[in-house]
Write a protein that binds this ligand. Sequence first.
Ligand code: SF4
Length: 416
Amino acid sequence: MEKTTRSFGHSPDIKIELMCTGVRYSEALGRAAGHAMPNYYPYRFKAGEPDPTGKGIARIPYLINLPDGTMIRVLGNGDSPWHVAGDVERGYQLCDDRTGRALPMEFEPLRPWMQGKTTDGLPYAQAGVTTHSDMLVVNVAPGCEYFLHKHDGVSMRCAFCAYGAPDERTAHLGQVRGRVDIPAPTLARLKEAMAAVLTDTHVRHLYLVGGSLTDGEAEARRFLQLAQAVRQRTAARMPTSLGSGALPDEWIAEFRRQDLVEFVCFNLEVWSEPLFAKVCPGKNRYVGYERWIQALETAVGHFGPGRVYTAMVAGIELEPEHGLSADEAAATALEGAQDLCRRGIIPIYSLHWPTGGRERPDYHERLRTYFEKLSAGYQQLRARLGLRIHDDFMCHRCAYMQLECDIDRAALRPAA
Ligand code: SF4
């Protein structure tokens, strides 16, 4: 396996380290959970790892900010050489046991809106909004119908997905099985929640997402209703991305005609039809691989080059059942990047930790080799084609599991 050693610049190098190896628990990390934006997943102590909580799990923060605004998701890993020291008064440091270096950092804070409620008493945090620094993500219908269906004993949900079906977990949003439209009270609460977010958070990007429906027209209608509501209810126009599944062509045209969004991001997730069929059986069955790419091309035709994106789950190719080495997985992903970019579609790679193969001693090294190789190859491709991630779509302040914005930004800055 060829190992890449390329440096992408100071902050991207730190970010890639933490993305691929995570951070070990420390008391400072645990204490920070009291004032930082909370992580969706608790820290899970490994067998034999010192556990000062005595509980096996601990609450930890969600996001780290480096001084230049670089954002990194906190991933707990008891084997990591990195830990966090310090406190909120004197400041935090990221410490590397191997070299002894300590780098200044902060945690994304728990903002006041996160503890507020709508006038009818629903916590804003449950009203369908969340933030990653300057990106506001709107998701008022997170339940995904693919979780409701099985074919030949195979669930139609995507293999990596942590969402769920429309069920009691989505009932507070008025999302129930079989209902396409978003209820008026849900949109009223969303309006209040968005107003609260915008009072204490500097937001530069809006991203509309949600679970999928098996009927593409119905999904399009729901997203159209959402985009209209968001546009009407946001006083200042903000760059907005349509993060639905791949929609029928006439509906893509309708979003453009009504001038509701500036960007489109239909997530293909993985390159190559056989991998797509295995990783995203629902998308493959209800939309289809070729049709997904065609829909993205249709969007390029309406919105123009540089405005159509597709998120990819980088690392899922390393799951043992796919049988790919790190080099083969990176080569497959890069082949996809080349093909998509040629069509005017810009992929964005979000790092995924494969669940299988964790017992392999080279687990983290494989992931890192793959991700470095992919990131370096994709940077060269973007440079060759003169492509950049549009700063209104995503930037280094909100890309918490993606590297493209960080790498391109570092490449543009003069060396220190
Ligand atoms: S379509 Fe989206 S929400 Fe549904 S299973 Fe796949 S990733 Fe999850």
